[in-house]
Design a protein around this ligand. Sequence first.
Ligand code: HEC
Ligand code: HEC
Length: 187
Amino acid sequence: MGNNHFSTIFGALVIAAALAGPANAADEIEGKLQSCNACHGQNGQPISANIPIIWGQTTAFLVKQLHDYRSGDRDNAIMSSLAKTLKQEELRPAAVYLTGKTWPAHAGAAAATPQPNGMAVCRACHQENFTGGLPAPRLAGQSYEYLVDQMRRFATEERSNNADMVKIMQALSAGEREAMARYLAGL
Ligand code: HEC
Ligand code: HEC
């Protein structure tokens, strides 16, 4: 009897979910993305400089990162399990939602610094003002700590989910990477 009762409730829930239909799919994704704010920030400003800004980031890049965290191509224990809370088919709508949010205004923590040499090559992919383009992410205004750490990880191949970035970062010294990250954070 207990079982029957349970399956009736379950059946009703399945029907309710089916009736709710696709109109609620977007709401459901938006609901899931609320949990991201705990770290990436209620207003898009992350709670720590080691956590990247994702509001207003480029769509193709976000889709690929969420995919890579899920598959393990980008290795990070926290984000790998969190990305798995989204289904494969939810990655693109989630990315589109995040891209549609506004990149947070400069916190004023990063001072503007002169542009170091060698950044023309970065513009080929990250675009003139470093606001990103298909498939490269926005770098302008991302935190110094996050940028310099990711650049180091590409150089050491701890992060190996893009072969071009690995090669480009290995061609630079640690000092050059630091100067570039400072410049980008101050934009
Ligand atoms: C517990 C804190 C925490 C939560 C919650 C969290 N993140 Fe993250 N997120 C991080 C950290 C830390 C990183 C940097 C990881 C690394 O170095 O690869 C990150 C990185 C990312 C990146 C890579 C961005 C870039 O510029 O490289 C994306 C995309 C992302 N998170 C999306 C999400 C989404 C979507 C959610 C919600 C489903 C979420 N995060 C929830 C901590 C968190
Ligand atoms: C050939 C195109 C290309 C060039 C040139 C290039 N990048 Fe990238 N960069 C990318 C792509 C694509 C990604 C995203 C890689 C991935 O899938 O994780 C990326 C990622 C990054 C990231 C990680 C950002 C994040 O939020 O996770 C940083 C930092 C970065 N690039 C800095 C630079 C700098 C500095 C230069 C110049 C010295 C440069 N890049 C040159 C294409 C390029």
